[in-house]
Design a protein around this ligand. Structure first.
Ligand SMILES: Cc1cc2nc3c(=O)[nH]c(=O)nc-3n(C[C@H](O)[C@H](O)[C@H](O)COP(=O)(O)O)c2cc1C
Length: 341
C-alpha cells in the first residue's frame, strides 16, 4: 500500500505517508511543554505515525492563541521542545513543528492582539492594534529566531502557519487586510509578509531541512481568498517552500462552508497539479482506505489524520497488523516491514 511507503523531502526520510497535523492541546505552562506533551506525542510515535507536526507554537507571547499554548521564544521553552523531539525520534517518528502567530485571534488576558488592520474577529474578541512597519519587521525576526531555536531543539521540519485566520492568513486576505502600504492592496503586497518570513526562515535553517506552509485554500466568503487566488499565492511563495499543507477556512466567523468527508482534498489536488508542489491533504479523513485513495490517485503526497489520531493514536498499527500492541510493533520494527507491502 502506498500509505506505508516511505517518502523523502530534501534530506528528511519518512517511513510512511501518514502525518499527525498540528493540534493545539492547551496544556503548556508559560509556553513550556509538560509531561502531557511527551505522553501525547510519544503515543503518536508508538502508533508509527511517519511525521508528527507539533501544535501551533507561538513565536512570541502575543503569537499564542491561548495562554496554555506552546511557545518557542525563550530557552526554557526550547528545552521542552527538545524533550518532545527526543521522544519522537526515540520511538521512530520524524518531528515537525508549526510556528505560528495568532494575530487578531490571540485571546490572552493582558495582551492586546495585533493584526494587519484594526478589525475584530467577532464581538467576543478584542479589536486588534494595527501593526506598524516596525512591528512587521519584529514578527519576521520572531519567526526567524523561533526557527533557529526549533532547529537546535532537534526538529526535522518546520511548518509556517499561514492558515485558519491567524496573522499570516490575515495579511493574505482582503477581508482582514485593509492596509494601504506595501503590505496591503494587491495580491503581491498581501503576500509580502509571508514571503519575507518564508525567506528569512529558509535562510536560517539548514539547507537540507524542509520548510512547509499550511494554508487555508478558501475563506468561504465573498471577497475573500478562493482557490484560484491561493494558487497564485503559492506560486509567489513556492521557491522557498518544499510542500504545502492544504486546509481551509477559519478567517471569518460567518464563513459559508459545507463540510463532508475529505472536503479539502480537492484543494490539495488542485494546488499540487497547478503549482507543481507536493502537498499534504487533511480534513475529515477517518479511514486508511481514504488515505490510500488520495495517495494512489496523486491527490496529495502525504495525508494528515487529526481528530481520529486523538481518539486512537494506534489506528495505523491496527490497520496493518490487526490487534497487536503498539510496543510490540515498535520492538519488532514492524515499520520496516510495512514498506514492503
Ligand atoms: C484540538 C484541535 C486543535 C487544533 N490545533 C491546530 C493547530 O494548532 N494548528 C493548525 O494548523 N490546525 C489545528 N487544528 C486543525 C487540525 O490540524 C486539522 O486540520 C483538523 O482537525 C482537520 O483534520 P481532521 O478532520 O482529521 O481532524 C486543530 C484541530 C483540533 C481538533
Amino acid at each position: 500500500m502506498k500509505t506505508f511507503e516511505g517518502y523523502s523531502i530534501r534530506e528528511l526520510h519518512l517511513k510512511n505517508r501518514v502525518v499527525m497535523p498540528p493540534m493545539c492541546m492547551n496544556m503548556a505552562i508559560d509556553g513550556v511543554a509538560q509531561d502531557f506533551h511527551l505522553i501525547h506525542y510519544g503515543n503518536a510515535a508508538l502508533g508509527e505515525i511517519g511525521l508528527v507536526i507539533v501544535e501551533a507554537t507561538g513565536v512570541n507571547p502575543e503569537g499564542r492563541i491561548l495562554d496554555k499554548d506552546l511557545g518557542i521564544w525563550n530557552e526554557e521553552q526550547a528545552e521542552g521542545h527538545k524533550m518532545i523531539t527526543d521522544v519522537l525520534h526515540k520511538y521512530g517518528s520524524r518531528a515537525g513543528i508549526q510556528l505560528g502567530h495568532a494575530g487578531r485571534k490571540c485571546r490572552i488576558e493582558g495582551i492586546r492582539p495585533v493584526a494587519p488592520s484594526a478589525i475584530a474577529y467577532s464581538g467576543e474578541y478584542d479589536i486588534p492594534r494595527e501593526m506598524t512597519s516596525s512591528d512587521i519587521e519584529d514578527v519576521v525576526e520572531a519567526f526567524r529566531s523561533a526557527a533557529i531555536r526549533a532547529v537546535e531543539a532537534g526538529y526535522d521540519l518546520i511548518e509556517l502557519h499561514g492558515a485558519h485566520g491567524y496573522l499570516m492568513h490575515e495579511f493574505l486576505s482582503p477581508l482582514t487586510n485593509r492596509r494601504n502600504d506595501e503590505f496591503g492592496g494587491s495580491l503581491e503586497n498581501r503576500t509580502r509578509l509571508l514571503k519575507m518570513t518564508a525567506k528569512a526562515v529558509r535562510h536560517a535553517i539548514p539547507q537540507d531541512m524542509p520548510l512547509i506552509l499550511r494554508v487555508s485554500a478558501s475563506d468561504y466568503f465573498e471577497g475573500g481568498i478562493d482557490l484560484d487566488e491561493m494558487v497564485r499565492i503559492v506560486d509567489i511563495l513556492k521557491e522557498d517552500l518544499d510542500m504545502v499543507h492544504v486546509s481551509s477556512g477559519g478567517l471569518v466567523e460567518d464563513q459559508k462552508i459545507r463540510v463532508y468527508p475529505g472536503y479539502q482534498v480537492r484543494f490539495s489536488e488542485e494546488i499540487r497539479n497547478r503549482c507543481k508542489i507536493p502537498t499534504i491533504a487533511v480534513g475529515l479523513l477517518t479511514d486508511i482506505k481514504q488515505v490510500e485513495e488520495i495517495l494512489s490517485n496523486d491527490r496529495a503526497d502525504l495525508v494528515a489524520l487529526g481528530r481520529v489520531l486523538l481518539r486512537d493514536p494506534f489506528i495505523l498499527i491496527k490497520e496493518s497488523h490487526g490487534l497487536i500492541t503498539p510496543l510490540f510493533a515498535y520492538k519488532r520494527g514492524f515499520n520496516v516491514e510495512w514498506r514492503k507491502k
